[in-house]
Design a protein around this ligand. Structure first.
Ligand code: SF4
Ligand code: SF4
Ligand code: SF4
Length: 235
């Protein structure tokens, strides 16, 4: 139950409409960027850029190929960030019972001495250096609770971004996967059983991003190995 995104990476043209729409709706400021010899800008997610189109150029069958990965929080069904973050600051990370959206509140200010990857298998949330508050995608909860589409989905012109009931999105993802596998048997869905942002991928995970996928064991280990706040010594 709840909601989900289906993101068909085979259709993404990296127009960055979703990245801009996200910034506009969330009223997040632009960041100073510089040309480092690729189209990638900004270089990484941040508290001000919670949705980022990643650009990758790979060689497949002797040919160069662009792979695009519009990254956002995956809204895990069992979110490690909630269990770990709330050990540091009670009530810091919430999960909407209706949609399943995982939401970071201002109380995340109390989550200190943790790296993003220590509470998120996808290394997604980022801490604002000035306010100390962690930020990430909140599924556009104030839009979807009024029946609107998330801003990124609304802005996508290619059909890459889809949003709806999780059952429907899973069915759509599996139908589209079967279609793509007719010409590319290696196509796959990234972690569909664990997340609410289901990516359809046509190339190996590492060709998109080092944390495109995360195993169930990785999730478990993350929670098991989470440093307890009281036993952590200041670095
Ligand atoms: Fe890709 Fe759609 Fe985002 Fe454009 S708006 S970068 S096509 S996901
Ligand atoms: Fe940004 Fe909203 Fe899309 Fe999340 S759902 S990436 S907050 S536009
Ligand atoms: Fe939390 Fe990371 Fe999962 Fe998002 S992707 S819900 S930040 S653990």
């Amino acid at each position: 139950k709840g909601k989900a995104f289906f993101v068909d990476l085979t259709l993404c043209t990296a127009c960055r409409g979703c990245q801009v729409a996200c910034k506009q709706w969330k009223d997040l400021p632009a960041e100073e960027t510089r040309n480092v010899g690729s189209h990638q800008n900004p270089q990484d997610l941040s508290a001000k850029t919670i949705r980022l189109v990643r650009f990758n150029e790979v060689k497949e069958d002797g040919k160069l190929k662009w792979l695009f990965f519009p990254e956002q929080c995956r809204h895990c069904i069992e979110p490690p960030c909630k269990y770990i973050g709330n050990m540091y600051a009670d009530g810091a990370v919430k999960q909407d019972p209706v949609t399943g959206a995982v939401i970071m509140t201002d109380k995340t200010k109390g989550i200190t001495r943790l790296e993003s990857w220590e509470m998120c298998p996808y290394n997604v949330p980022r801490r604002d250096e000035e306010s100390g508050i962690w930020n990430k995608c909140d599924m556009c909860i104030n839009r979807i609770s009024k029946g609107m589409l998330p801003a990124c989905v609304k802005s996508c012109p290619t059909g890459t971004m889809n949003f709806g009931d999780r059952d429907e999105m899973l069915a759509l993802a599996n139908a589209r996967l079967a279609e793509v596998q007719k010409t590319n048997p290696d196509a796959y869905l990234a972690d569909p059983e664990h997340v609410r942002v289901i990516y359809l991928c046509e190339s190996a995970p590492e060709n998109y991003h080092d944390r495109l996928v995360a195993s169930a064991a990785q999730r478990k280990n993350l929670v098991a190995a989470a440093p307890k706040p009281k036993t952590v010594t200041r670095r």
